[in-house]
Write a new protein. Structure first.
Lengths: 456, 93
């Protein structure tokens, strides 16, 4: 039986590897996800064959967890996806923490273990990484769902405090490994949870995608550490795969924003944006009626969606307008910035939900090349990803980030709820440009209004 | 000896993980993240072993909590990823 279990674990690991590989390519992604789910099912089923288990609690846990998971996954709006992934990720981290703790709780020491010191270290590590993942993801969830302000929270001596906390963690962890004292373990748990909170609050909401990806990698490492606690190879392999591939994905995302990971995590982005920037010119408002006349004669239109489209649930209305414009003879494209929205690919998911034709979705570079020939660029609740300051103002915190150069289009419509700054807290100079017209109001209402004008 | 073997496996898995992801189109970043997030719910296996153990009352409770959380992570993670990717599929025809 022991052999069967271990061989099945190897098969499961192979399925995970194929799954991750296939998730990286558009044609095979869905199949890849199913394959990795199959691997998980196999790993879980054979684990149940392990001898000496009492099933009451296992069955209860499986039923409760599955029910909650199914309901959450079915009910979530596509716009709320980033928060949900953050939340799931946090749960995974906490689970690894609890697995480490439970192993200690069995006997209250590791004297029976083959490698008492190593197991102690692994428990501390699983709790450390799992705890940071849990509270860090929770803060990311709160920031993304708007339950907590998106801007960076800073206070003096923050980095020093974090560093001291970390050192204290290592010391207390060392004490625990040496003495197996329960109080030391509880302190490690408390400090890890605190570190997760303090580590993520100074990071601005705009960087949350990177943070989630990074914490996703962390939850993999936590699972791997839990694997070392109970000496289980499938945990070690699968956790480590996620940990390593998650780091690579995080770096890819950072590159898309022209930043380094260190800069995202410790740069306190947005904290410097507090000082008022002086911008020449004024924001010029436009009514939807006037917008209609301009759009009616436009031959080439680009939509640039941002988080505002997600908030307003405007993707279907946007698609409808795009359809009408196309029937009207205009060439319609959708330009998607790699980090538009709260998660990379967020906008792709929403536009796909609204059935926007695949050919009309364009990557940033392709669109920028033809931007000067575009008659109207419609910015829907996007802000930082179209801020020309990224290319022009060296003092801007986002300087150097590649943007969609909508300011080069002949006319820019910026749909916006109010006059406030973006998620990062920066003033957007685009809105003050000569060729920019602001259309205030809810993006969905504005879109429906424009659609209505065309129909009349 | 078993420990060395496990560490060896860990290191190999790390290198494999680094190699697996290279050029991923940005539209797939979210599904990839949420899909690999579901895999990190593998800690569920550890949670099953903890919840089914009979050594201590506290350990069982902790195991149960871990199992519920990990199962949410796994089941929810896979379903949500599938839902997302299903939308891509539709438009690709």
């Amino acid at each position: 039986m022991e052999y069967l279990i271990n061989i099945s674990y190897i098969v499961a690991s192979v399925l995970f590897i194929f799954g991750i590989k296939m998730l990286g390519s558009a044609d095979t992604a869905r199949k890849g996800n199913s394959i990795s789910a199959l691997g998980m099912l196999l790993a879980v089923v054979v684990t149940l064959l392990e001898s000496g288990l009492s099933y009451t609690w296992i069955i209860a846990g499986l039923i409760i967890g599955s029910a909650i998971g199914v309901v959450a996954a079915k009910r979530v709006q596509m716009t709320g996806m980033p928060e949900l992934v953050a939340l799931f990720n946090g749960f995974g981290g906490l689970a690894s923490l609890l697995v480490g703790w439970a192993e200690f709780a069995k006997a209250g020491n590791f004297d029976d273990s083959e490698y008492p010191v190593f197991t102690g270290c692994a428990v501390v590590f699983a709790i450390l990484v799992g705890g940071i993942t849990f509270t860090g993801s929770l803060i990311a969830y709160l920031k993304l769902s708007g339950k907590m302000g998106g801007s960076a929270t800073n206070f003096p001596g923050q980095k020093i405090i974090n560093l001291l906390l970390f050192i204290a963690l290592l010391v207390v962890g060392g004490v625990f490994v040496a003495t197996n004292a329960a109080w030391a373990l509880y302190l490690v748990i408390a400090l890890s949870l605190a570190l997760g909170v303090l580590g993520v609050i100074p990071i601005g909401g705009g960087d949350m995608p990177v943070v989630i990806s990074f914490l996703n990698s962390f939850s993999g490492i936590a699972a791997s550490a839990a694997g070392f606690v109970i000496l289980n190879n499938v945990l070690i392999v699968a956790g480590c795969l996620v940990g390593a591939s998650g780091i690579i994905l995080t770096v890819i995302m950072c590159k898309a924003m022209n930043r380094t990971l260190g800069n995202v995590l410790f740069g306190s982005f947005g904290a410097t944006g507090g000082k008022a920037q002086e911008v020449e010119g004024e924001m010029k408002a436009l009514s939807t009626e006037d917008a209609y006349y301009i759009l009616e004669s436009a031959e080439s239109v680009i939509f640039v969606p941002g988080y505002g489209m997600a908030v307003a649930q405007a993707q279907h209305a946007v698609k409808e307008l795009g359809q009408i414009l196309e029937n009207n003879g205009a060439e319609v494209r959708y330009a998607i910035h790699p980090v538009a929205g709260r998660m990379p690919g967020h906008m792709n998911v929403l536009l796909a939900e609204a059935d926007v034709p695949y050919e009309q979705l364009c990557e940033m570079d392709d669109v920028n090349a033809i931007m000067e020939s575009v008659d109207v660029a419609i910015v829907i609740g996007a802000n930082d990803v179209v801020n020309p300051a990224a290319g022009e103002d060296e003092s801007s915190p986002i300087y150097g980030m590649p943007i969609i150069n909508v300011h080069q289009a002949k006319t820019v419509f910026a749909l916006k709820r109010g006059q406030g700054a973006g998620f990062s807290g920066l003033v957007n100079t685009l809105f003050f440009r000569e060729n920019t017209r602001m259309i205030y109001g809810d993006a969905k209402a504005t879109m429906n209004d424009l659609v209505g004008q065309f129909k009349d | 000896m078993e420990l060395i073997l496990l560490i060896f496996v860990f290191v190999m898995a790390a290198f494999l993980g680094f190699e697996l992801i290279q050029r991923v189109p940005s539209q797939l970043h979210t599904p990839l993240m949420s899909g690999s997030n579901a895999i990190s719910g593998i800690t569920m296996v550890g949670a099953i072993l903890a919840a089914g153990a009979i050594e201590s009352e506290l350990g069982k409770w902790l195991g149960l909590a871990a199992l519920i959380l990990a199962t949410i992570n796994v089941v929810g993670g896979y379903l949500v990823t599938d839902r997302m990717l299903g939308m891509f599929k539709k438009k690709g025809k």
